[in-house]
Write a protein that binds this ligand. Structure first.
Ligand code: URA
Length: 191
């Protein structure tokens, strides 16, 4: 494990910097042998296979995803972060960890002057992101495929997390995931 990242996993920024991104994707937390090992969100994690395939298909990324931060994949108009920056014990972040990491999420979103869309993967990311944005959870219940108006010109989209469990059980199919990205593309196509 000597060459493992084993530290907070930073946001994956687009090659042209945060001002070039209108979409931010908020995942849950690094996987032990994935992002915690490689140091790039979703990279080497099972969930990254569907996420990066979809980003490439919807032109939010270019290159080839090879589960390695040196694969040269670049993000365009998008960035990827996590609600929790360190790998949580037993893969289940505690409320205290989620709260401790929230200032990083707030700072990530605040660094995006041209933000138009937020995609949250799963309920924990949904709730932490709403709190980071100063929004009431009761006004924005989580539902796969839902679109929530955060403020004029900024919408939050919910998806089930693209985890191994959700995809293996059929709770989230690739078609369901891609349909959320199609909605985001439509959103970004409007002025
Ligand atoms: N890897 C990440 O970086 N985030 C997730 O939510 C899952 C796997």
């Amino acid at each position: 494990m000597a060459d493992w990242h084993n530290a907070p996993v930073p946001t994956f920024w687009p090659s042209l910097g945060p001002a070039s991104a209108r979409l931010v994707i908020v995942g849950l937390a690094p996987g032990l042998k994935g992002a915690n090992r490689t140091g790039r969100p979703f990279t080497g994690d099972y969930a990254g296979d569907l996420l990066y395939e979809t980003l490439l298909e919807f032109r939010f990324a270019t290159g080839t995803y090879q589960a390695d931060p040196a694969d040269g994949l670049q993000l365009h108009d998008s960035m990827i972060t996590n609600a929790v920056r360190c790998v949580p014990p037993e893969n289940k972040p505690t409320p205290a960890e989620i709260a401790q990491c929230r200032p990083f999420l707030e700072a990530t979103i605040a660094a995006m002057p041209n933000i138009r869309a937020v995609l949250v993967l799963g309920r924990i990311a949904h709730e932490s992101t709403l709190r980071a944005l100063g929004k009431k959870l009761s006004a924005h219940p989580f539902a796969h495929g839902a679109r929530h108006e955060i403020k004029p010109g900024v919408a939050l989209f919910d998806s089930y997390h693209c985890s191994r469990y959700n995809t293996n059980t059929g709770r989230l199919t690739p078609a369901m995931f891609k349909s959320v990205f199609a909605s985001i593309r439509d959103e970004l196509a409007t002025d």
